[in-house]
Design a protein around this ligand. Structure first.
Ligand code: GUN
Length: 283
């Protein structure tokens, strides 16, 4: 298997399969995306999601609100989308402007339309094995790990993250695969030592060049979730050129986790649409 884990190619393969399924079964899935403000990275992500939706045949509805929009107005839009029968799935693009209450806004999404799986009710159901709906980002990471062809069972993994919404479901999925997983915050003083002992290293700390060559084990599998703007470039959390030499497998940025997250978003939109419209999936 090649050293570079090609998320873009894998995402394309998944999207092509999904497009066929949508056409053959005459599905009409629809996704609403809500953006508040002018964050340039968010705008780029939304464009990527829109293009991918159009390519596979998912209706894409974009709601853009001004930076200064208040909490009540955002909640009003969500309530409108919750009640709109033509909308199967809702995504609120994060991060929201600081004056907004992100938790309250996520909790206002109808759990049946929560395509990210971020609603606390959905997170609890997932952690308690009460649903087969898997949040997109962690699911994409698992598929990237599987694509290496390596035997993952009994390996050790470290997740470096600040955000519970990401690491809780991801840690569960890894543990379900019998991968011994530990989560650390980037500021933990034992981080270097812990990284050096891990067979799998997943970084989502949002700090460019945080993971350096001296921190990783020989033949490590590296999944870089970071998307950090440095000058005109987007880079991950990993000092790629150095770590590449030592790694067994590594995701590039861009072209690794990002496209897979989009592909999983599309799959989950179709999944919610099937449930809402009571359409069985075919094997
Ligand atoms: N911002 C960056 N990635 C994501 C994502 O997967 N979902 C949402 N809602 N916002 C994001």
């Amino acid at each position: 298997m090649p050293k570079i884990i090609d998320g873009k190619a894998l995402a394309l393969e998944i999207q092509n399969k999904l497009a066929k399924e949508i056409t053959n079964q005459k599905l009409t899935p629809s996704l609403a995306v809500l953006l508040v403000g002018n964050d340039p990275a968010s705008k780029i992500y939304i464009e990527l999601k829109k293009t991918a939706c159009h390519q596979v045949g998912i209706e894409f509805h974009e709601y853009c609100l001004a930076e200064e929009t208040g909490n009540e107005k955002v909640l009003e839009v969500i309530s409108f989308l919750n009640n709109d029968d033509d909308i199967d799935a809702i995504l609120v693009q994060l991060p929201l402007p600081e004056h907004l209450d992100t938790n309250q806004i996520i909790q206002a999404i109808d759990p049946a339309k929560d395509v990210d799986g971020f609603h606390p009710e959905n997170i609890q159901k997932f952690l308690n094995n009460q649903t087969d709906f898997v949040p997109g980002l962690p699911l994409g990471i698992i598929k990237l790990l599987e694509s290496t062809g390596e035997k993952l069972e009994n390996l050790t993994a470290i997740i470096i993250a600040k955000n519970e919404i990401l690491y809780q479901p991801l840690a569960k999925l890894l543990q379900d695969k019998k991968i011994k997983t530990q989560v650390f915050k980037p500021e933990d003083k034992n981080i270097k030592n812990k990284c050096q002992k891990s067979d799998i290293l997943i970084s989502a700390c949002g700090q460019p060049f945080f993971i350096t060559t001296d921190m990783v084990k020989d033949k490590v599998i590296v999944i870089d979730v970071g998307t950090n703007k440095v000058g005109d470039y987007v880079v991950g959390d990993v000092d790629y050129s150095g770590v590449f030499e030592k790694a067994g497998h590594i995701t590039p940025v861009p072209g690794g986790v990002g496209p897979m997250t989009v592909a999983m978003l599309l799959c989950n939109t179709v999944k919610l649409s099937r449930v809402k419209n009571k359409i069985k999936s075919t094997p």
